[in-house]
Design a protein around this ligand. Structure first.
Ligand code: GTP
Length: 261
């Protein structure tokens, strides 16, 4: 376990920029277009949190809120076998590691609220070392209530998720999709004037539908924002918001070992 309270991403430059990795106790957001690799990154982080400490992991359990049913345990095990063969090729270990990840499938904020009790109990009793919400925007957009009540409920949930991170002192990672597609560079993160005053810290990472979905307080609830994007066929992970680092970008690939630099 990293001493200062970070989950190492094993992406060297990124870990250095983040002083060790994804910090405990705060919210880290992964933003990017469909298919860029947000879920793949979440799978890798889940493995890293469940690995034994002598392999650089957190030796814990993971709560994975899989809103759009995109979690694939086969893919998780493939990444595990290729990245950590010394663990995953031992008899029964692949199943043991996959079993450390508790997957929940709420499709709306109200269903999520129902699962919060279980999350809270697990955080306290089950050695949970990572909470993932993939994706926050999908959770919010799945809500059928009126816009006003949704915004009110969202404010409450955002505060609650923040407090979960703080009291349990674990990393909390949330994904959000922006509308643009890979390769559609002209429209990538097309900046809408109406969101300008709202997302001052990094306007280019948000498009208006995300701001509309998540409300004005969201951007401020997040401590670290990592933007995944593609330029000229190369994918990049960009540290777009951080209290400790200047904006930096690192090229990455998605292979049989998952997300690698
Ligand atoms: P949305 O949830 O739609 O917003 O996308 P996302 O950002 O979560 O994308 P995701 O993490 O699902 O990444 C999809 C990309 O990962 C694909 O374009 C592939 O390049 C890559 N990928 C997914 N599965 C595999 C796999 O089994 N092997 C390899 N090598 N790459 C994969």
């Amino acid at each position: 376990e990293s001493l200062a309270g970070h989950l190492s991403t094993r992406l060297k430059g990124l870990d250095e920029a983040l002083c060790g990795g994804i910090p405990f106790g705060v919210l880290t957001e992964l933003v990017g277009p469909a298919g860029i690799g947000k879920t793949q990154f979440c799978l890798k982080l889940s493995l890293l949190a469940s690995l034994p400490t002598n392999c650089g992991g957190l030796d814990g359990r993971v709560i994975y809120i899989d809103v759009e049913s995109k979690f694939r345990s086969k893919r998780l095990i493939e990444i595990g076998i290729n990245s950590f063969p010394e663990i995953f090729l031992k008899k029964g270990m692949a199943q043991e590691m996959a079993g450390r990840i508790l997957i929940l499938h709420p499709t709306s904020l109200s269903e999520f609220a129902e699962s919060l009790h279980q999350i809270r109990v697990s955080l306290l009793q089950q050695q949970v070392k990572l909470l993932i919400i993939d994706s926050m925007a999908a959770l919010v957009l799945g809500e059928h209530d009126s816009e006003a009540s949704r915004q009110q409920a969202l404010g409450w949930h955002v505060s609650f998720i923040k407090s979960l991170a703080e009291f349990s002192r674990i990393p909390v990672v949330l994904t959000n999709q922006v509308r643009s597609q890979i390769g559609d560079e002209s429209r990538m993160y097309s900046f809408q004037a109406q969101s300008h005053s709202i997302i001052k810290d990094n306007p280019a990472t948000y498009d208006s539908h995300l701001v509309a979905a998540l409300g004005i307080n969201w951007a401020h609830a997040v401590t670290i924002r990592l933007v995944l994007e593609a330029r000229s066929g190369q994918r990049f992970i960009k540290l777009a918001k951080s209290p400790i680092s200047a904006p930096l970008a690192f090229p990455f690939k998605i292979t049989s070992s998952g997300l690698v630099l």
